[in-house]
Design a protein around this ligand. Structure first.
Ligand code: NAP
Length: 292
């Protein structure tokens, strides 16, 4: 099975290239070899590679910057995704794509299921939802894996930021009014490979049978404050930490261009029941990620 992976330098894409390698040759590309701002170039790239499976980890993920660049965010998160979905559907190529908890408005006060109605409150969420809708309209053998608060220790992201702050700040203030499901990119990649591995002989047939939207994220929920507290507690050695005090704060104290949902944890029962995929509790994954 030949796999075409878009977005190999992203948090998730980097893990996917390594995890999917056990299932067959992976052709992994990223910007500038593929540019999702130029949807018209995508059919040729797909045809030239003639894949048996397409996995898309490309996304415009800068939630604040998206507010001032909605057209670029839309091209990457929706228009290009639609083009890939069309080529995949016409060519009978199964297509795996990722979406976000930010398609919800965050007011439910409990973990969101796949049956809850999306209502994004920022440009990033709106463009990701448009991407979901266009894939569903096109149809075919698609999986939309909605995830939440993805982190990797390789570069950027919340976990690295907290560790960096802990190196030179005695006191850190972190918001406790945003709740989500922290998800280690490596385990999300492994969950993807686990799904694909169920039928490597005819992935189109298998993914046609199970096509749809699934929530897949670290089990449970945490506020950013609880997440940060756990990061500092679990960092192995803790030798470089100079932080003595972690204080809860409110989002309103840190104005940002994009509004964020206050509670966007995901209920992942559907993927557990139907595909047998269960990610460990978010703090267990974090322990593994931090080598504790
Ligand atoms: N990060 C989260 O907290 C989170 C939460 C929920 C869902 N998700 C979803 O999970 C998936 C993976 O996210 P991630 O955290 O791995 O994102 P990421 O680290 O930002 O990776 C996205 C990748 O897409 C590439 N990219 C951006 N613009 C491009 C373009 N015009 N053409 C080609 N490639 C381009 C990026 O390259 P550059 O780095 O060079 O821009 C990067 O390699 C996405 O669908 C995202 O929406 C993420």
């Amino acid at each position: 099975m030949k796999i075409l992976l878009f977005g190999k330098y992203g948090q998730l894409g980097w893990e996917l290239e390594r995890t999917l390698a056990c299932l067959g040759p992976v052709v992994a590309i990223d910007y500038p070899d593929v540019d999702f701002k130029e949807p018209e170039a995508l059919p040729r790239i797909i045809q030239n590679n003639d894949p048996d499976l397409i996995v898309n980890a490309v996304a415009y993920t800068d939630v604040d910057k998206a507010e001032s660049e909605p057209e670029i965010a839309r091209a990457i998160n929706a228009t290009s995704v639609g083009v890939v979905a069309e080529v995949a559907c016409k060519g009978k190529i199964p297509f795996i794509h990722y979406s976000t908890d930010f398609i919800f408005n965050g007011t439910k006060g409990a973990a969101y299921t796949e049956k809850d109605t999306p209502d994004p409150i920022n440009v990033y969420g709106r463009t990701k939802l448009e991407g979901e809708l266009v894939i569903q309209q096109v149809g075919g053998a698609y999986l939309i894996l909605r995830t939440s608060w993805v982190y990797s220790l390789r570069k950027g992201g919340f976990v690295n930021k907290v560790l960096e702050w802990s190196r030179d700040q005695k006191s850190i203030r972190i918001v406790d009014d945003q709740v989500g499901s922290p998800t280690w990119a490596r385990l999300l990649a492994q969950a993807t490979a686990q799904i694909v591995s169920k039928n490597t002989i005819d992935p189109f047939e298998y993914l046609s049978e199970v096509a749809g939207i699934y929530h897949v994220a670290g089990s449970g929920a945490a506020s950013r404050f609880e997440w940060a507290k756990m990061i500092l507690n679990l960092e192995s050695g803790r030798t470089g930490q100079m932080t003595q005090e972690l204080q809860p704060a409110k989002s309103a104290e840190f104005p940002s261009p994009a509004e964020r949902p206050s509670y966007s944890a995901l209920d992942c029962k559907k993927i557990a029941d139907s595909l047998g995929v269960v990610l460990p509790p978010w703090y267990e994954s974090l322990r593994l990620a931090l080598n504790n």
